[in-house]
Design a protein around this ligand. Structure first.
Ligand code: GLN
Length: 469
């Protein structure tokens, strides 16, 4: 059991003086030591975090909304004076000169950043297997993967080394590891949180997301990080995420896709518990209806064509000249590029750069890239129609349970296919929260996702609150 699995209790203890920020932090440092073999942390910001905790313990006057909350961050989020490598050798030695806007906002509310955690290289993966620092292990079952790409974030929370963790979600990277670890994973609407200081994977899909024990903490963190940022022109001014916008007595209209809950690849136990959940929501008096959605099989291809295209362009900047690693002993510029990128990128990243370059190449551009843009539009239009009639959509999070370490290394396509339920929210830019259904003492948990229309986060959290009571 974690020392604290909710912020409210911890805050009360802080206020009553039964714990201090420094004591809390030292407890977490101890847990980081204990869980070392899980390969979660790449770097612990020991001195900086301690200095912040000491300052908070001395602080007089008004306290921030995250007072004393200890948070870890994914290694693709920049933090001033620290290395951020996106778990890639190509960024070896790169030290950021600034802090990501999202993290600055957390610190301004008195959060303590404890360190940076492992992930899949550039956020590309579903198991935290593709990292230059090696595989992250599931804290409750170390023979298994913790999910990915923000697997280090989920493992950090599950191993009780921090109260919350900040990751990124391009196609499910906070929601799927949250499911694999039985935690809450939340991604806001596209444009909600500034991407300034986030190492890009696929810019029109990437968003900052959170992994927490409680839904209320996810809501609080998203609320604080959201808002317009001059440094990211895609950010929008949206309604406050933490604003209560929902009358609990309201009976909801809930949509689901029949095929998503009856697909071949869905593990029978996940299916059973997810269908039971639909019944439970019905029993609460809400309307739960299957809606036609003809694009389920197009989600993964649309996502992988577009994200690999964007990745191939985003990753062109890592050439050995500007950032991080540079191959030694090269004779000319071309060789410098080639040797640097050959040694600097891992196999999965190379696979995606090649795929992305291919779909953008002159002869295939229309057949793949243009077509995927069109399917993205069709999917988004259909979802707008659905959200015009329904308050929310329920979807499984992952079709399978955490697999054994090493099990799927030779089968990338089966790993891509397992993203089927999470990529939708990123394709359409909507918010999505993955919540645990039941907890099984010796077994892996099942999570379900709730999605709403874009920029309806306060409504989404209101719905979850109502469904959970
Ligand atoms: N598993 C997906 C992928 O490999 C999602 C990753 C992410 O959200 N960063 O692309």
């Amino acid at each position: 059991m974690p020392r604290y699995s909710d912020y409210t209790t911890y805050l009360q203890d802080l206020q009553q003086g039964s714990i201090t920020c420094v004591e809390m932090l030292e407890y977490y440092f101890g847990k980081i030591e204990e869980s070392k073999s899980n390969n979660i942390y790449i770097e612990v910001f020991k001195e900086e975090a301690l200095a912040k905790a000491q300052a908070l313990d001395q602080k007089e006057g008004p306290k921030g909304r995250l007072f004393g909350m200890v948070i870890s961050i994914k290694d693709n989020i920049c933090y001033a004076g620290k290395s951020s490598t996106a778990a890639s050798k190509i960024l070896e030695g790169f030290v950021s000169t600034y802090t990501a806007t999202a993290i600055e906002k957390l610190e301004a509310e008195d959060a303590i950043i404890i360190g940076r955690v492992n992930c899949d290289e550039f956020g590309m993966g579903s198991a935290s297997s593709h990292s230059t620092y090696g595989q992250v292990k599931h804290p409750a079952n170390p023979a298994h993967v913790p999910g990915g790409s923000s697997g280090g974030c989920a493992a950090a929370v599950l191993a009780d080394t921090c109260l919350a963790s900040i990751g990124t979600d391009t196609g499910g990277s906070v929601r799927q590891p949250a499911a694999f670890c039985g935690l809450v994973g939340a991604k806001p609407s596209y444009g909600s949180i500034s991407r300034y200081g986030i190492i890009a994977y696929a810019s029109s899909f990437d968003q900052v997301g959170v992994i927490t024990h409680q839904v209320t903490e996810a809501q609080l963190l998203l609320d604080i990080m959201s808002g317009v940022d001059d440094k990211d022109p895609t950010t929008v001014d949206q309604n406050q995420i933490a604003k209560p916008s929902f009358d609990k007595q309201t009976k909801l209209k809930v949509a689901y896709f029949h095929d998503a809950f009856h697909s071949d690849g869905l593990d029978p136990r996940i299916q059973k518990e997810s269908l039971q959940y639909l019944d439970q929501v019905r029993a609460q008096g809400h309307t739960v209806e299957a809606v036609p959605f003809e694009y389920l099989d197009l989600l993964v291809p649309t996502y992988y064509v577009l994200t690999t295209a964007e990745a191939s362009s985003n990753l062109a900047r890592f050439d050995g000249v500007r950032y991080g690693y540079r191959a030694p002993d090269t004779k000319n510029l071309e060789e410098l590029y080639r040797k640097t990128r050959t040694a600097g990128f891992g196999a999965e990243v190379k696979r995606r750069i090649m795929l992305g370059t291919y779909v953008l190449s002159a002869s295939y551009y229309d057949a793949y890239y243009t077509k995927a843009q069109k399917t993205r539009r069709l999917i988004a239009d259909r979802m707008i129609e659905i959200f015009d009639t329904y308050d929310c959509l329920l979807l499984p999070t992952a079709p399978v349970f955490p697999w054994k370490i090493g099990a799927k290394m030779d089968d990338p396509v089966s790993v891509y296919l397992a993203d089927i339920f999470t990529v939708l929210a990123n394709i359409i830019g909507s918010p999505a929260v993955s919540i645990p259904l039941l907890s099984h003492d010796n077994d892996f948990n099942v999570n379900i996702q709730i999605l709403t229309a874009k920029h309806k986060e306060s409504h989404l959290f209101g719905i979850i609150n109502s469904l959970q009571n």
